[in-house]
Design a protein around this ligand. Sequence first.
Ligand code: SAH
Length: 274
Amino acid sequence: MLTQHRHTSGDVGTFYNQHTDVYDRALGGNIHVGYWDDEADDSPMQAATDRLTDLVTERLAPSEGQRLLDVGCGHGSTAARIVAHHAVQITGISVSDYQVNLANSRPQPPELPGRAAFRLADAMENPFDDETFDGAYAIESLMHMKDKKAALGHIARVLRPGGRLVIAEHSLAGELDGPDAARMAHAYAYFKFSLTTDMYGELLREAGLDVVDHTDITENVRRCYESMISGWRDAANNSSGETSREWATAADLGHWFFFEVPELRYGLLTAVRR
Ligand code: SAH
């Protein structure tokens, strides 16, 4: 999900080694936003974050026997849900060894239709052979990657022609200006959202992937931000010194960002490898 002042993959890994549990608690066992149909939908957090997984899976439309790459797999909750319902083989990568260990120690009873395995790897230096996968998904992981061009280029390379990529991510609907731009520059040290939706589209096309769908679900996911920000405030209260100050600043900026910046959007992008 979100991270603070982390610029290298090693820093992002260290962050998730230390703080995966903060997100897991705030987001009901997943490390991504939840989806609610409308105001009347009173689904609890876990049901809502599982639904986001299901929306990504629907877009991947995996068929039996396919191999999928989970780019930035967290502690494996997403892949676990997919292999519980689909006869696919998932390989997940994360830059946090804590997460990889958690993911690999989830029970996978033999009656599950699919299988998942996880390893420590950097998506910007993706170690897999060309055309290894039938599909790939990246849920709230690209935001952490400094070189998105490299990450997307590698994803395209390891997908077979016709293979799908589904991205679930925050982006900006346009550039900010005035005081918002300055505040955004500060926020950028914490949240790396500042890629516009159009820039994602461009990078995908350059990488050899055609965008076939973009669905903006900002209003459907908004409800999870209160819980996430409370989680950050708790983290500030439960730590001290610089760490505590960072969480508190992240919570303040997050509140601004998620509730007062209309340009901040959350979308599902589906692309097909040419
Ligand atoms: N997709 C998961 C986790 C989201 S948290 C879920 O939806 O639950 C962000 C994830 O991105 C973490 O697992 C982190 O390790 C991963 N990540 C960040 N930068 C990465 C990189 N360069 N290569 C691989 N994974 C990365």
